[in-house]
Design a binder for this molecule. Structure first.
Ligand code: SAH
Ligand code: MG
Length: 464
């Protein structure tokens, strides 16, 4: 019976999927356990019927604007007794609004509409869903334009090339191309990498989890409160894991630090690490002069918050940026979408509010004539406790609670690296939050999300 539809399509020049293509698509649906499908471009229902036949619990919504093809599709679907599982809509897809979510969106309509369909219907895609598009080769004409014979073909080839460009430059989706049938593309939402700032106590445990990498500070050159090591210890860590290792030298560099910084950069360049986080812009030129080939990532806490500054750094050889947590999600995504920077963002952990080169805890204890016994104290304000951490570099005051973006991760999946800092978090608590991040398990709590959804507004009270 399905052969009858194939024959009819052939006789009437209806461009149904080629055998290898539909075969691949059906296997993909089976292997990925896909159940809800949206198809743009039903023609006479051939691909919808083939997909529905993969399994009895598959449901398909398919859209066809041509009334004659729609009518034939309706009758074909009936013939296969699939009208309870295939819903067909007779409209231009661009005018169709659907609420529900799908785990596969199959685009196979007019090629000039591909980008519009993709952008319109991606909101109907489940987080783990895929968008598959047919005819990326257009019978070889896309690869070899000398085969183009008509004006119409030239237009279609141009549209397909524009679409391929759109896919290749998409910040939200990554695409692979399958050279079967008329070549199909498979686009998936990008996934952020998850990296953790461990402490010396939880390092081993954290390396055993399913994270992508860790951030390690270099002693006396890093102001990350978590793990700080010398080069020898770093070499040991590198040996012990296959995970990505990002190294931080993100302290404010003073003249006296430069010889040690240079020595460290030269060593780091020989090691199997991926990136170097820095704060001081001088590092860019020092790294250039020393011929450092590792990716540099600028981390300026509050200072890095605009498209222009990121493009400036990118044009000066900086490959990545750790973006300030003082900005909203919209601003963050704007930076991601308008720069070529690899973006890192804090997903969990205490955020630094304030840094001083002064030894604030020591000064305070001197003032009250007591002995300082710890590096970490809390400053109490409005019933909240703000950690104040003193080190040889000075003092940092942190937020009173850790920011936690677990319930917002799917909004920022285009961000390249989500960072979790375990500093000052009880270990069992950290491991359970980490587990949620790894498995993307949302919580029912109102987590503290900093400025993610709120613009920072400074209000001056009357008479102040
Ligand atoms: N998927 C089918 C073939 C589809 S052919 C199969 O493999 O069996 C492409 C179809 O898309 C055509 O029938 C055309 O009428 C329809 N189409 C083109 N642009 C459309 C639009 N904007 N909205 C809905 N249908 C469209
Ligand atoms: Mg097609």
């Amino acid at each position: 019976m399905i052969e009858e539809i194939e024959r009819y399509a052939k006789e009437n020049n209806i461009p149904i999927m080629l055998p290898d293509g539909i075969e691949y698509l059906c296997n993909y649906i089976k292997e990925h356990n896909i159940k809800n499908i949206l198809e743009i471009g039903s023609a006479i229902g051939y691909s919808a019927i083939r997909m529905a036949k993969v399994s009895d619990d598959i449901k398909i919504t398919t859209i066809e604007r041509d009334i004659d093809r729609y009518n034939i599709a309706v009758s074909n679907i009936k013939k296969f007794n699939l009208d309870s599982r295939i819903t067909i809509i007779n409209k231009d897809a661009i005018d169709v609004s659907i609420e529900s979510k799908f785990d596969l969106i199959f685009i196979d309509a007019s090629k000039g509409g591909n980008i519009k369909f993709f952008n319109k219907f991606k909101d109907n895609l489940d987080n783990n869903g895929v968008i598959i598009t047919d005819n990326l080769s257009f019978h070889g004409l896309v690869e070899d334009e000398t085969l183009v014979k008509t004006k119409n073909q030239r237009g279609i080839v141009r549209h397909i090339k524009e679409y391929i460009d759109f896919l290749n430059n998409n910040k939200e989706f990554t695409t692979t191309y399958i050279p079967l049938g008329d070549t199909i593309s498979i686009s998936k939402r990008r996934e952020s990498k998850l990296v953790v700032c461990p402490t010396k106590d939880n390092l081993e445990e954290i390396l055993e989890t399913n994270i992508d990498g860790i951030i390690v500070g270099i002693k006396d050159l890093s102001v990350f409160p978590s793990l700080q090591v010398d080069i020898n210890k770093l070499k040991e860590i590198i040996k012990s894991t296959s995970k990505e290792i990002i190294v931080s030298v993100n302290k404010m560099i003073h003249n006296e630090d430069i010889p040690y910084l240079e020595e460290v950069l030269i060593e780091l360049n020989k090691l199997n690490i991926s990136k170097i986080l820095f704060y001081n812009v001088g590092v860019i030129n020092i790294a250039k002069r020393l011929g450092i080939t590792k990716d540099l990532v600028i981390m300026q806490e509050h200072l890095n918050s605009s498209i222009y500054s990121n493009n400036f750094y990118y044009n000066n050889g900086v490959k990545g940026a750790f973006i300030s947590s003082d900005i909203t999600k919209e601003e963050l995504l704007e930076i991601k979408n308008n720069t070529n920077m690899e973006i890192m963002f804090m997903g969990y952990g205490y955020l630094p509010i304030f840094y001083s080169r002064r030894y604030l805890n020591t000064n305070y204890f001197n003032y009250i004539n007591k002995h300082r016994e710890d590096n970490l104290y809390y400053m109490r304000h409005n019933d909240e406790n703000y950690p104040v951490l003193e080190s040889s570099n000075g003092s940092i005051i942190y937020t009173s609670k850790p920011v936690n973006l677990i319930n917002n991760l799917d909004e920022i999946n285009s961000i390249d690296y989500i960072v979790m800092d375990s500093f000052n978090i009880d270990n069992s608590k950290f491991m359970s939050v980490l587990d949620n991040f790894i498995n993307k398990t949302k919580t029912n709590n109102d987590e503290y999300i900093g400025f993610f959804n709120t613009k920072t507004i400074y209000k001056v009270k009357n008479n102040e």
